[in-house]
Write a protein that binds this ligand. Sequence first.
Ligand SMILES: CSC[C@@H](O)[C@@H](O)C(=O)COP(=O)(O)O
Length: 349
Amino acid sequence: MNTITPVDTVSFDGREVSLLDQTLLPGQQVRLIIEDAAQMHEAIGMLRVRGAPAIGVAAAFGLWLGVRGLSDDLPRPEAEAKVEETRTYLAGARPTAVNLSWALDRCAAQALATGSSTAQLKQALLDAAIQLRTDEEATTRLIGEHGADLLTGLSGVLTHCNAGSAATVGLGTALAPIYVASERGQALRVFADETRPLLQGARITAWELREAGVPVTVITDSMAAVVMRQGLVGAVIVGCDRVAANGDVANKIGTYGVALLARAHGLPFYVAGPTSTIDLGTPDGDHIEIEQRGAHEVTHHGGVLMAPDGVDVFNPAFDVTPAEYVTAIITEKGIIYPPYGPGLQAVKA
Ligand SMILES: CSC[C@@H](O)[C@@H](O)C(=O)COP(=O)(O)O
């Protein structure tokens, strides 16, 4: 198969920052021009741009958008205060994926260390966002190269949510090894959990795999056990939003259940993500803040009420899979095996 062309999730054309509005996939492919930090905050919060690495890059451009209108004559300390205010504002758009604050911190630090004028600060923020996008794209290719080795010989894998190209600015995390395996000529079918409540698996994973020519079968989340039982998959591979220092992994709600099913069926459960998703400052999964989202995501489907009006709803966007269920963590720097503490520290060093 041909080399995969990544989805253009977040880009800068030399003039404007634009996003693919993922809430409209797969029916419509609409690009949104993002003009200021408030629009970027809204886009991240509404999941127009989503997936841990992609929201980091989006936020990095949002940081620049937040200051680009400042006068070059503004005293530098005032411009720096605006950077800090915008950084904090954008970091609050979603709490669970550490890539968001990591990207903002990285770009702010680079820019604050550059030059002495406000004009230099603004240019440095743009340069930092562009560089981050470039680096993150390269990172996904490396994750794919490392992870593809783990999939050798398999004919089917199961994934949950969308940790593909649409969730990054490159090949994805969980899907990157699948794309690289496909590029190497391996016939691999992906079973994509639809991923309630927002259907990232059915809407986005299935869409991007089909665009890339990778065979994909959509299943409801409740069918994963049967797919495993029938021997249709030889491994599970998912992405991650935050990896704690002990190897506990936060990812899309439902991932924990899939990990338990994989263990029950003797299947490896792989987690793929850039080292920027590893947060050594969080000791374990109990310390990861889990985003709670609105009830309407559960009670409504396509605008239609699917549950009694006003019923109580529990809607955590993510869950934590304990490290003991994770077979290996695939990063751009290589594959980490249990016990995770030393390996995670080594790749972050
Ligand atoms: C490479 S993306 C890894 C994770 O961010 C992904 O699996 C996920 O949980 C995305 O959740 P979302 O709420 O769609 O942003």
